[in-house]
Each structure stands twice: as structure tokens, then as C-alpha cells.
Design a protein around this ligand. Structure first.
Ligand SMILES: [Zn+2]
Length: 291
């Protein structure tokens, strides 16, 4: 039986699934603890509750060294050089696979989409993450490939949590669209309110979403030109805006360099939803993956 537990540790929530033969049998979510010890405790507790004795995959929102099983650094998580796979493996007595959350989400989408060719997944949540999977293998560079949310697109732009200015995720991300929603619709508004208002004909809401869609399209076009993937998957909370953000991407790619001569790239919303990172973590930890 192919079964594993996946735990996805994000800046605000820890999500977990037990995956059996590719199907979710159980899932759980809780707030991300504020300390390293608390985070490891939450991961161990979820792994025990959902699938004691099963292999464990752990995704982390930050710079991960997958070979050493270490969280090197993360903008929204505590600690540096945090050993993750060794203490969890010792405590639980199981194999533990650790990787960046966007890499694992991309792995999950790649497998769910048939597992062939090159899948490039752009996860637009609080910030932007990216994962590239080629014929079933995550592309890591040395360890930290995919940090495209911090490519500079506006040299004198807004401050980014990474400490620099004008990163891609300052112009399109959950954080940016939430602040757009508050600016246009008032305090307490969120991304789904912004989309609803745009659909109802609110010009300022539509203008903000159009601008985000253009920034997303320019960035994804650059990635498509660099990687020539079979498919681009949009994941993360902002994927809920759906065609509002994907139509500008499709229009841009339809007119990119060599369009009509190069093979087209499919652009789709992720099919795994908000648990994509946890599902991908479980898939990557499933023993059959190694066989
Ligand atoms: Zn940045």
C-alpha cells in the first residue's frame, strides 16, 4: 500500500494530510507555532495523529537544504539552520523527506497532472514561490532554485519583507492584493472581496486586478522563456481569482517571442487546492516514488 503523511509548514498555517494510494484520507490544519520547538512539535504531533509509522514529507516556506533536511532560513518562520528531518526521523522512527513548500506543491501538481514533461508551478500565496519538476524530479539548482518572488521588477518599488525593494511579490501576491482590497474597499476587505467587486463592475477593483494580472503575466512569460515548460500551474490562495489573473497570462504567452512557432504552454489553475503543498510532501515521501 502506498501511504504517507505530508505536512506543509507555512508562515501562518500548518496543513497536513494522510495520502493513501494518491487519495486524501484525512487532513488537518492549525496555526503555525511561533517557535522552532513548537513547529517541530506540531509536525511530530500531526504525523503521529494522521499516520503513525508512515513515511513523512515536510514542506517549509523558506530556503531548505533538501539533502541535509535543514531549514536554512525563512522570512516568515523562526530560526536559522534548523535541523528538521533528523529530529523528526529519530522521534517518529520513520523516513522523513524535507523540501521547500513550493517545490513540493509543484511536485504534487506534476504527479496529479500525469507526471510527464516539465511542470512549472507559481504559487501566489502571501508571497510568490515557484517549483519546477522535470519528468518526476524536482529541479533544485544546488538547493534554493525557484526564489523568483524576489526578482526585482521595480528597482525603486515598495519595500519587501526580504529587506529589498520592488521584488515581484511586492506587485502581485496575496499581501499586495489584500492591501489593494483595503485601499479600494476599506478595512477588513480581502482578495475575494476585490474579485467580487471587480465582477460587479467596480472600476478601481478591476484596475487593481488588471495591474496584478499584467505583473503576473510579465513574470510568468520570463519563466516560460527560461524553462520552456509543458504547463504552468497557478497555485496558492490567489489562484481563487482564477481567470482574472490567468487570462492576462494566456494573452501574454499567445504573443510572446516565437509564439506560433514554439510549442504552446498550457496555463491552468492548480487542481490540488490549498493542500497542494501537503499533498506534494506526502507524494514525495511515498516509498513507491523511489522505486
Ligand atoms: Zn523580496
Amino acid at each position: 500500500m502506498n501511504a504517507a503523511v505530508g505536512v506543509d509548514i507555512g508562515g501562518s498555517r500548518v496543513k497536513a494530510v494522510r495520502l493513501v494510494e494518491g487519495e486524501i484520507e484525512e487532513q488537518a490544519v492549525r496555526p503555525t507555532p511561533a517557535t522552532v520547538a513548537g513547529i517541530l512539535e506540531a509536525a511530530a504531533d500531526l504525523a503521529t495523529r494522521l499516520g503513525s509509522g508512515l513515511p513523512l514529507g515536510v514542506g517549509l516556506a523558506g530556503l531548505v537544504d533538501h539533502r541535509r533536511g535543514v531549514l536554512v532560513w525563512a522570512p516568515h518562520l523562526p530560526g536559522e539552520e534548523v535541523a528538521v528531518s533528523a529530529p523528526l526521523g529519530e522521534r517518529l522512527g520513520v523516513d522523513v523527506t524535507v523540501d521547500n513548500d513550493a517545490n513540493l506543491a509543484s511536485y504534487g501538481e506534476h504527479v496529479a497532472g500525469g507526471g510527464r514533461g516539465t511542470t512549472l508551478t507559481v504559487t501566489v500565496g502571501t508571497g510568490i514561490g515557484m517549483g519546477v519538476v522535470v519528468d518526476g524530479e524536482i529541479f533544485h539548482g544546488r538547493a534554493h532554485a525557484g526564489e523568483v518572488g524576489h526578482v526585482t521588477v521595480e528597482p525603486n518599488g515598495a519595500p519587501c519583507p526580504c529587506g529589498r525593494r520592488g521584488c515581484w511579490e511586492t506587485v502581485v501576491s496575496g499581501r499586495r492584493l489584500t492591501s489593494d482590497a483595503v485601499a479600494v474597499l476599506g478595512a477588513g476587505s480581502d482578495v475575494s472581496d476585490l474579485v467580487s467587486a471587480a465582477v460587479d463592475g467596480h472600476p478601481a477593483a478591476a484596475a487593481r486586478l488588471d495591474a496584478a494580472g499584467r505583473w503576473l503575466a510579465w513574470g510568468i512569460e520570463a519563466l516560460v522563456l527560461a524553462f520552456d515548460p509543458h504547463e504552468v500551474v497557478l497555485g496558492g490562495g490567489v489562484a481563487a481569482a482564477g481567470d482574472y489573473l490567468l487570462d492576462p497570462v494566456r494573452r501574454r504567452l499567445a504573443a510572446t517571442e516565437g509564439a506560433g512557432r514554439r510549442q504552446s504552454t498550457t496555463v491552468r489553475v492548480g487542481i490540488l487546492g490549498p493542500y497542494a503543498g501537503a499533498i506534494g510532501a506526502a507524494m514525495a515521501a511515498t516509498p513507491a516514488h523511489e522505486g
